[in-house]
Design a protein around this ligand. Sequence first.
Ligand code: G16
Ligand code: MG
Length: 214
Amino acid sequence: RIEAVLFDLDGVLTDTAHAHYLAWKTLADEIGAPFDEKANEALKGVDRMGSLDLMLKKAPRAYDAAERQALADRKNGYYQKLIEGYGPQDLFPGAREALEACKAAGLKTALVSASRNAATLVQRLGIAELFDHVVDAGTIRRGKPDPETYLSAAAALGIDPVHCAGIEDAQAGIAGLLAARMYAVGVGDPAVLSSADAVVGGIDGLRWPRILSL
Ligand code: G16
Ligand code: MG
């Protein structure tokens, strides 16, 4: 029985996944590293420094720790510029309704984003009050695909992980949910998210009575 639903942010509730891609793409072009949307799939859900390391794999030269920190900060600057004007209009269709349906059904909800910008974003999107818990990405030692993000949310909600479902758009997220022994719902391309327990095209495609009866 599902008692809590854990929502990823980027790519599930709003289209920041594309903003992250554009920010990485700008940085990659500046340093001459080949990077495209296909390569970006592996970065989805992965924390900032982990994403940087993946992007730098094809960079023309190596970067030391101080340089990598500066590159990560630069990417975050580009990203923050892109999300400056975000508001409720940037929620995916059905996102608020999905959260409200969970609350109406008596389920607990949590935000399980790997993003250090997540708390700011949910405020701007006007959905902060619909979460019982928001994971602080800054306190997570091992990010997705490690299960820590999801297990910390379950602990904060006081719900056994096996009674949690999670909704994710990233391969790393589905892997993390399964490692946490949670029910994994993928949002996006079934070919990319093949290990998920169920896949829907978008958050508006989630049939809530079905999810609730799992
Ligand atoms: C998101 C994105 C990732 C991003 C990460 C860290 O995770 O999917 O691409 O690298 O957050 O973001 P920031 O640089 O803002 O801390 P999620 O878990 O919401 O999909
Ligand atoms: Mg995501």
